[in-house]
Design a protein around this ligand. Sequence first.
Ligand code: NCD
Ligand code: ZN
Length: 344
Amino acid sequence: MQRITILRPDDWHLHVRDGDVLNDIVPETSKVFHRAVIMPNLVPPVTSLEAAASYRERILAAVPSQHQFQPLMTLYLTQNTSLDLIRAAAKAPHIIGFKLYPAGATTNSAAGVTNVANMAEVFETMSECGVPLLVHGEVTEADVDIFDREKVFIDRYLRHLVEQHSRLKVVLEHITTAEAAQFVMAAREGVAATITPQHLLMNRNDLLVGGVRPHNFCLPVLKRRTHQEALQQAAVSGSSRFFLGTDSAPHSQSNKENACGCAGCYSAPAAIELYAEFFSRMNSLDKLENFASRFGAEFYGLPVNDSKITLVNESWQVPKTVQVAGQTFVPYWAGQELQWRLQI
Ligand code: NCD
Ligand code: ZN
């Protein structure tokens, strides 16, 4: 196959940061995706409708005039999120859901939820109002090994949450384990998961063998190969419960190549090409369109896009570095080849 044309995709999990960085980062996504779910983990986090509305305006102002792009905003759930805010968010046209970060789980999550088990009223109100819950599914208890944190989160909190609030739409974000894939596959209706390119294309050997590779470090951390294989099978299964969410999470080179390097892979410069690489390696390019352009929209009850994009079978190299707001950033897959190129 020399070229493939698919419906324009959407990114159901994206970090675009703020300020000057945002201006350089948004076009990398808007050049190919029509919509993206914008993560609220700014400093301070996006916890009010007003903050989300002004953040949305700043994102829209960064979209080049030739691109059509719609940011779908999330609100950052805290232990103090009020039921009134949930009811108001349900009526706000540009809010797609609430993001649950267990406090301390990842970058800028310090203000997150400290006690998931105490939030039943909040989740029930979201369920009643039809507001989806987007979950960073990792426990933060210090005694739980970092490689087990997703599985323990599912067993300790998520299974119960999903059953207790039987109409709540739940997205388990950036899944990394066989247990997560199985949980989502077997869960009741209204439960889905996003999968990142790095968790499809890599496992923890790519993080640690031959030296620490900070640009492959993200959270939840890459797991062993058997987990990677389970995610790969979920993505090519054709199940509508699994869809594209890059979790593109830019940090400057100096913040990544650091004694305490930040978590996050900046995949936006090659996002759809990375997924095409994966589906192509799996001989499943015919599954790319549903995964990238249909299942997410259907889950959220939004229309599928009507425009299209074309990828050509032409190898190219992801740049070794890119300049963002006058700083050097190293994109995910930097310096490596990809077999599919976006036709602009
Ligand atoms: C994200 C970031 O940098 O904001 N980092 C990451 O490793 N994925 C936060 C997140 O989604 O966990
Ligand atoms: Zn993220």
